[in-house]
Write a protein that binds this ligand. Structure first.
Ligand SMILES: Cc1ncc(COP(=O)(O)O)c(C=O)c1O
Length: 421
């Protein structure tokens, strides 16, 4: 194996067709940021947009801005931008609430559309909020005529087989999965799993938290029924950015929103006593949109939409490959195990497993290399091809090698767990 040098990585940066996007982000000097899969970096355009939204729209134009600056249809406008990233029609996506709340809405809709069935099928490795929301909803809804509602969990690779099981398959109302696993980064075959769910008569809900903006997604081609996703990860919408939801056009009229708020009413400003759902995707809104954070997301989406998704995917894989090759080159003696998915089914992140993973990550962060830690033992590194550089990957592994060679992680300071890991 030929040795990879920093100069090699710099040469790749010079040849990178996405290189110019880096300067569109406000990244601090001296930091290697490999956590865009948790909180995307700040697009300079988002900062400017928020300043405008605060000072001009809110400060000067006050409540007129609902019409003048079209705050009122910002959820639809931002949703239409996300639609382009996930293979949906503009009218199928809307920005609202958090991913967790949108999961609740979509699972509730799906259960309602399959009244004779009792099972939400998912996997134990799904992101916990996806499982908790399902548990809470089941508890709230109680029993069905056919028996008790149930969240059934089978390992991800057995989902398709479980749907083939005639007795179970006939009982599944909705299959709820995260497209790219938050820990392993493993990608489910969206089209194949969706087809299996449909063959069993079930609906399919995809969580795109680690997919949207990270890799090509085609909800339309896969014939997905529902989807949700985060605004603050690869979409760079800022901390706590509003999330999005997708409902295939063919289902929109059938949805009776469980959170029937006035923003999802057909005529919010007639102030009717009775609820009449808005036509189309808008009925999935509940309350007033968070205009400032949605403005940040909307501006961030414009930056992402300038990039070619094929180029993003190619660079994302190349950054991950480089990272893993450098870890092998520099850290082979340090007991890391590769916790990443196989290349052909890997999202935009890699994971290294080590019993001292938490302390090692803290020591790395102290050196300016920011990834994160997922219990019990995973150091997680996300690659955001819009702003990460190949040379940064080299620097990150250089810092990791140094942390390991010097045992810099082995101090009580780095072993004390913070609230957010
Ligand atoms: C797959 C997945 N779904 C949902 C969430 C969180 O959703 P929320 O924005 O509601 O906290 C995360 C957060 O990391 C996630 O990874």
């Amino acid at each position: 194996m030929t040795t990879i040098t920093r100069a090699d990585c710099e040469a790749r940066d010079r040849a990178d067709p996405l290189a110019s996007f880096r300067e569109r982000f406000a990244l601090p000097e001296g930091i290697v940021y490999l956590d865009g899969n948790s909180l995307g970096a700040l697009p300079k355009a988002a900062a400017l947009r928020v300043k405008h939204a605060v000072e001009r729209e809110w400060g000067a134009d006050l409540i007129k801005s609902w019409n003048v600056h079209r705050w009122i249809d910002l959820p639809q406008r931002a949703g239409a931008k996300i639609a382009r990233l996930v293979g949906a029609k503009a009218s199928e996506v809307i920005v609202a609430d958090s991913t967790s709340v949108n999961l609740f809405k979509m699972l509730a809709a799906a259960l309602r559309m399959r009244p004779g069935r009792r099972v939400i099928l998912s996997e134990p490795g799904n992101f916990p909020t996806d499982l908790y929301v399902a548990q809470g909803l089941i508890e709230m809804l109680g029993d069905r005529p056919g028996g008790k509602l149930e969240l059934k969990l089978v390992p991800g690779e057995q989902i398709v087989g479980a749907l083939d099981d005639a007795a179970l398959g006939a009982d599944v109302a909705v299959v709820s999965l995260t497209h790219v696993n938050y820990k392993s980064g493993r990608i489910h075959d969206m089209a194949a799993v969706t087809a299996k769910a449909h063959a069993a008569g079930a609906l399919m809900l995809w969580d795109l938290a680690h997919s949207a903006g990270a890799l090509p997604v085609d909800l339309g081609a896969a014939k997905a029924d529902f989807a949700v996703g985060c605004g603050y990860k690869y979409l760079n919408g800022g901390p706590g950015a509003p999330a999005f939801l997708f409902v295939a056009e063919r289902h929109q009229a059938a949805i009776r929103p469980p959170l029937a708020g006035w923003m999802g009413h057909a005529h919010p400003f007639t102030f009717d006593v009775g609820y009449e759902p808005a036509p189309g995707i808008a009925r999935n809104l509940c309350g007033t949109p968070p205009v400032l954070s949605m403005s940040a997301l909307d501006a961030a989406l414009d930056v992402m939409l300038e990039a070619d998704m094929g180029a993003l995917r190619a660079k994302s894989l190349a950054l991950g490959d480089l990272f893993l090759a450098l870890v092998e080159q520099r850290c082979a003696a340090h007991g890391f195990r590769n916790g990443s998915a196989a290349r052909h089914e890997r999202g935009s992140q890699v994971g290294l497993l080590h019993p001292e993973g938490y302390a090692i990550m803290q020591a790395l962060i102290a050196r300016g290399v920011i990834g994160d830690f997922r219990a019990p033992d995973m150091l997680r590194f996300g690659f955001a091809p819009l702003y990460n550089r190949y040379a940064e990957v080299w620097d990150a592994v250089d810092a990791l090698a140094s942390v390991m060679d010097t045992r810099a992680w082995d101090t009580p300071q780095f072993k004390a767990r913070a609230a957010v890991t």
